[in-house]
Design a binder for this molecule. Sequence first.
Ligand code: SF4
Length: 62
Amino acid sequence: MRVTVDRAVCSGHARCHATAPDVYDLDEGGYAVPFAGEVPSRLEEQALDGVDACPEKAITPA
Ligand code: SF4
């Protein structure tokens, strides 16, 4: 799976990073930077927890 963040929707709450720090990094402005490329299977559950943690629904798994 892959995860993308809609930069136009992300509001920099950082809840994704707090919930799933191995999948979602933050840039210098506090906005989410998702895992680049295919998320390893061992991190998929964490990636989806991050999706659920985002109050803006800015993260899309695919
Ligand atoms: S929780 Fe959502 S809005 Fe907040 S930084 Fe992460 S992707 Fe952006």
